[in-house]
Write a protein that binds this ligand. Structure first.
Ligand code: NDP
Length: 400
């Protein structure tokens, strides 16, 4: 039975808190802290079976997070604020000797670039302090990493190629909205695309520019959806931990309406992250855009359709070529019925709760900083299915 501090009170946090409360054999008490305390209170008021306290915190300040930790004495801090806060929250965990978990790797505010080096650099200090950091415990990164570990453990002597495919075939009824934090989402999808081939990082055009790489992929239970090559952070840790992979790529579906809006927003400068002068003060256009777009937590009510996210791996087993696809399908409306959230928040929140449970029950043990694929995938696979994200397998069929 463990106390946890959860930081952030957006779409993903709402699912994490509800799922932790469902798993009350592991999670006994929560302190939910975020920049806007009223958002914490709105989530906490629905939880009746375990105590959920609320607080306001600016998680950019390690000392403020430290103070909360000292007061509440949690065993684990779950970071579901934004990637900008990762290092400050890790600093606080180090200072107070508490375990850490997140679902997105650090990126600096002034540069739309994310990589693990900043967080991996904490490994020795976490090890010395005898605490554990579990990085990227959402769906992708997160479940996608565990799918690869599971494939390697059970079905491959050697993995050659990895294609992670992420399809959202849902409809939220808005002209333009993003399924997770708009600022982070738009920074991610506007980047030049990177993927790995023969040990070298290859680049291609961003999804909204000429030269972007895309093709239809036939998703189980969903059908054909145009899928775009995109850079995603789990590629970096997976090629590090499975150097046998000759190629590792990530694909995501985007609708024409989303791409057209994004192109227009980019063309008129609304996705810029440098400060511009406005009525005597500096504003960042993307931060302003975020303020006028729908919040991800508000999209759930009328969302219909499904998500399908999985990993296709090719390679060899017992001297024979092998093609394997492992995936989850999730229904937006079903998620809303269960936890008042759309499927993107749900598919992120469930594995955060399960990753935390792996750590708190010492099913996954370690001192230092770890990615999800570094542990035995079997108990996680069992638990993630039990808590709402069942997975399925296909053999011998090439999707990508
Ligand atoms: P939201 O924008 O809905 O929520 C973010 C929350 O963080 C808000 O409550 C916000 O407060 C709070 N916050 C922001 N800055 C601070 C700060 N300095 N101090 C304290 N609180 C702060 O985002 P989501 O819930 O959609 O996403 C949460 C995280 O999950 C993101 O890091 C995202 O990248 C990650 N994610 C991971 C996925 C995966 O599969 N691995 C998939 C989807 C998301 P306020 O409301 O006051 O702004």
């Amino acid at each position: 039975m463990s106390k946890v501090l959860i930081i952030g009170a957006g779409g993903v946090s709402n699912v994490v808190v509800r799922k932790c409360a469902q798993n009350s054999g592991v999670y006994s008490e929560i302190l939910l802290a975020s920049r806007t305390q009223s958002k914490c209170e709105a989530i906490a008021k629905d939880i009746k079976n375990i105590p959920v306290h609320t607080a306001s915190v600016n998680a950019d300040k390690a000392a403020d997070v430290s103070a909360l930790i000292r007061d509440f004495k949690p065993e684990l801090v779950i970071n579901v604020a934004l990637p900008y806060q990762d290092l400050a929250i890790m600093d606080a965990c180090l200072a107070e000797g508490v375990n850490y978990l997140d679902s997105a790797n650090y990126e600096p505010k002034d540069k739309a670039h994310f990589e693990y080096s900043w967080q991996w650099a904490y490994h020795d200090r976490f090890k010395k302090a005898g605490i554990m950091a579990l990085l990227g415990s959402g769906f992708d990164p997160g479940v996608s990493n565990v799918y690869v570990a599971y494939a390697k453990k059970h079905y491959f002597d050697r993995m050659d190629t990895l294609d992670i495919v992420d399809c959202n075939a849902g409809n939220h009824g808005k002209a333009f909205a993003t399924n997770f934090n708009p600022e982070i989402n738009i920074r991610e999808v506007s980047q030049r695309v990177r993927y790995y081939k023969d040990g070298v990082i290859q680049e291609s055009a961003p999804i909204i520019e000429e030269g972007s790489v895309h093709k239809p992929v036939n998703y189980p239970q969903v059908g054909d959806r145009e899928s775009y090559l995109l850079y995603h952070e789990e590629l970096e840790s997976l090629v590090k931990h499975y150097p046998e992979l000759r190629q590792a790529r990530f694909w995501m579906t985007f609708g024409e309406a989303y791409l057209t809006h994004l192109r227009a927003l980019q063309d008129i400068g609304m996705t810029r992250i440098d400060p511009v002068e406005f009525k005597g003060q500096k504003i960042i256009p993307l931060e302003f855009l975020k303020a006028v777009l729908p919040e991800p937590a508000t999209l759930g009510a009328n969302y219909t359709g499904k998500t399908c996210i999985g990993c296709q791996i090719t390679g060899e087993k017992d001297g024979k070529p092998q093609i394997y696809f492992v995936y989850n399908v999730c229904d937006h409306a079903e998620c809303y019925k269960e936890v008042k959230a759309q499927a993107v928040s749900y598919t992120t929140g469930v594995p955060i709760m399960v990753g935390g449970a792996m750590l708190l029950t010492h099913t996954w043990k370690g001192e230092g900083v770890f990615n999800m694929e570094e542990f035995d995938p079997d108990p996680f696979m069992e638990q993630v299915a039990k808590w709402g994200l069942p997975w399925h397998e296909m053999f011998g069929k090439q999707l990508v």
